[in-house]
Write a protein that binds this ligand. Structure first.
Ligand SMILES: NC(=O)c1ccc[n+]([C@@H]2O[C@H](COP(=O)([O-])OP(=O)(O)OC[C@H]3O[C@@H](n4cnc5c(N)ncnc54)[C@H](OP(=O)(O)O)[C@@H]3O)[C@@H](O)[C@H]2O)c1
Length: 306
């Protein structure tokens, strides 16, 4: 099969290669990949015991081709989206991938096509977990998203509106009307030196909670949060808390499976819009990765396979 691989341990180049289809164990399924969600860490997020050449990638949508003897709940022919990360046999930038049956597997409603399905698993899972950490914000409360125009932010704005939270978000000016169309009540340009003060004009006591999506944004984002509020740094920043603000890590132990399924149902029902920066043919995967690594992609970047 064709796959984009790291050829050797320690290699810093990803290349298109012809590699064997993975063989599945009893607790795995083999998936024929139809579309891949591209993430900034795809080229270096890999397990210690990776076997080489190692196909990269951690999320995709596709058709179940085979199931292992101990696998229940999925059948050959099922359409699914999934997260499959840190698996020594390799990841999703491939025509076929072995997926552990206990991975996050999302059955696909007929109305969701491959490319939109592949855009959801990692961003959806991440933002739903982050919102779990902010579950104490009441209806009518407020959320600020530093990084509103990317894959996580565009879903986050819409999910926050489902909680009936008032939403502010940052992005470049070119994306402001778009963020408003998703439900943001106020938008600021993070290039403006006084964007924190602009958020404070909107919410003088500060917002109840904030998500800092991009690395390096959490310390400044603390400034928009009310005394005793909450901040979730999604990229792992570790700002020094101030004014009683609680800095909360993403609760990885939270079970958001049901919410991810609901999110997919809402995409099918056109209640949630999935923004795609661009859909690239599989052969253009490296250009897609380069775009995502600029951190300027609007929504999600996806690879499509025949
Ligand atoms: N912890 C986890 O489980 C987890 C999982 C997935 C991702 N992540 C992290 O989340 C980040 C990626 O999120 P994503 O996929 O939503 O990002 P993304 O798609 O790369 O976001 C791109 C957007 O970020 C905006 N942006 C760039 N710099 C910004 C800044 N300084 N302030 C505010 N916005 C800025 C850009 O906006 P404009 O173009 O409008 O300027 C662009 O639209 C990565 O750093 C990754 O490490 C964490």
């Amino acid at each position: 099969m064709r796959a984009f691989v790291l050829p050797l341990a320690g290699a810093n180049t990803v290349e298109l290669a012809e590699v064997p289809k993975p063989l599945i164990d009893a607790d795995e399924l083999l998936v024929q990949v139809k579309a891949v969600g591209v993430g900034i860490h795809d080229s270096y997020f890999l397990p210690q015991d990776a076997s080489y050449p190692f196909p990269i990638g951690i999320e995709a949508a596709g058709i179940v081709a085979e199931i292992g003897a101990d696998t229940t709940g999925v059948h050959p022919g099922d359409r699914i989206a999934f997260v499959s990360s840190m698996q020594p046999k390799g990841g999703t930038w491939a025509e076929f991938v072995a997926v552990k049956a206990n991975s996050l597997i999302i059955p696909l409603p007929a109305a969701v096509d491959w490319v939109h399905a592949a855009a959801i698993p990692v961003a959806g899972n991440t933002v739903l977990r982050a919102l779990h950490a902010l579950a104490g914000i009441p209806s009518g409360g407020s959320l600020f998203i530093a990084g509103g125009s990317g894959a996580i932010g565009t879903l986050g704005i819409q999910l926050a509106r489902q909680h009936n939270w008032r939403v502010g978000a940052s992005a470049s000016a070119a994306n402001h009307s778009y963020l408003r169309s998703l439900g943001a009540e106020m938008v600021v340009d993070y290039h403006s030196p006084d964007w924190v003060q602009q958020v404070r004009q909107w919410m003088p006591d500060g917002v109840d909670g904030a998500l800092a999506v991009q690395p390096g944004t959490a310390a400044q984002t603390l400034g928009v949060v009310k005394n005793g509020g909450q901040l979730v740094p999604i990229s792992g920043d570790n700002p020094v808390p101030e004014r009683g603000i609680e800095v909360v890590g993403i609760p990885y132990q939270s079970d958001v499976r049901a919410e991810v399924l609901q999110l997919m149902a809402d995409v099918a029902g056109e209640k949630i819009h999935v923004e795609l920066e661009q859909v690239h043919p599989f052969g253009d995967a490296l250009a897609a990765l380069a775009k995502v690594q600029t951190r300027r992609a609007r929504g999600k970047t996806v690879l499509e396979l025949p």
